[in-house]
Write a protein that binds this ligand. Structure first.
Ligand code: ZN
Length: 244
């Protein structure tokens, strides 16, 4: 169990912790997003925070963002269903650099429909590639999916789809994170939060401008396994700039 918790990282560990102190959360009803801040003293950022995610990205500020340095290795070796998403855990060694600051890829997971919107547009699915630095600061690369041709990364991952909450499977041929990214690496950048409790702030959001494609069947397979939408509604942008 200890090994599993370490391997599966932040999101699964927090789900386990929540189950322990009675503060389970959900995407609808009495434990839905509008109530997350009331469910545990640890979740107050969900209601009190002023830099929350997701958002509708618009009113972009031109700022000549430097390219993200992407140094990924093939390394997605486990897929799990934590009840809130389906997540691929990543072996150590894959890094990005943002303004010379290095983050290591921990895992990627999916939301349907998308959590962030771009110019008011929602997408049928969004991937979050979650990275952490040595101090636990997070940087998330978000990739939007639109319906079209089948996606080869999802084809590999979904072949081992963990159907029930708590299920996990090994991935025999590792699923490379780089293959999720669009060919253009242009991105928007804003400061936000985790989109799930405890909604911690200080997360660097790097949202790819160009969507990638997934087939209708691939999107529906994810929705079917989740049984419900797993997107937090968009949050108030406030004074935050969205850079491009
Ligand atoms: Zn996410």
């Amino acid at each position: 169990m200890q090994k599993l918790m370490v391997a599966t990282g932040l999101f699964f560990a927090s789900a386990v912790a929540c189950a322990g102190d009675g503060a389970q959360w959900d995407y609808s009803g009495a434990k839905g997003p509008g109530h997350w801040g009331e469910l545990s003293p640890k979740f107050t950022a969900c209601s009190e925070g002023r830099n929350q995610s997701p958002i509708n990205l618009s009113n972009f500020i031109e700022s000549e963002l430097k390219p993200i340095g992407i140094h990924y290795q093939a390394g997605g070796n486990e897929i799990l269903n934590n009840g809130h998403s389906v997540q691929v855990n990543y072996a150590p060694g894959s890094k990005i650099s943002v303004d010379g600051h290095e983050f290591t890829l921990k895992q990627y997971h999916f939301h349907s429909p998308s959590e962030n919107h771009i110019n008011g547009k929602s997408f049928p699915m969004e991937a979050h590639l979650v990275h952490a630095d040595g101090e636990g600061n997070l940087a998330v690369i978000a990739v939007m999916f639109e319906e079209g041709e089948a996606n080869k990364v999802l084809a590999k991952a979904w072949a081992k789809m963990p159907e029930k909450s708590g299920d996990s499977h090994g991935l025999p041929s590792s699923v490379a994170a780089e293959d999720i990214l669009p060919s253009s690496r242009d991105y928007y950048r804003y400061n936000g939060s985790l989109t799930t409790p405890p909604c911690s702030e200080g997360v660097e959001w790097l949202v790819m401008k160009e969507p990638v494609s997934a087939s209708k069947a691939q999107i529906e397979k994810f929705v079917h396994v989740m049984h419900h939408p797993n997107n937090r509604p968009v949050q108030v942008v406030g004074a935050r700039p969205v850079l491009q």
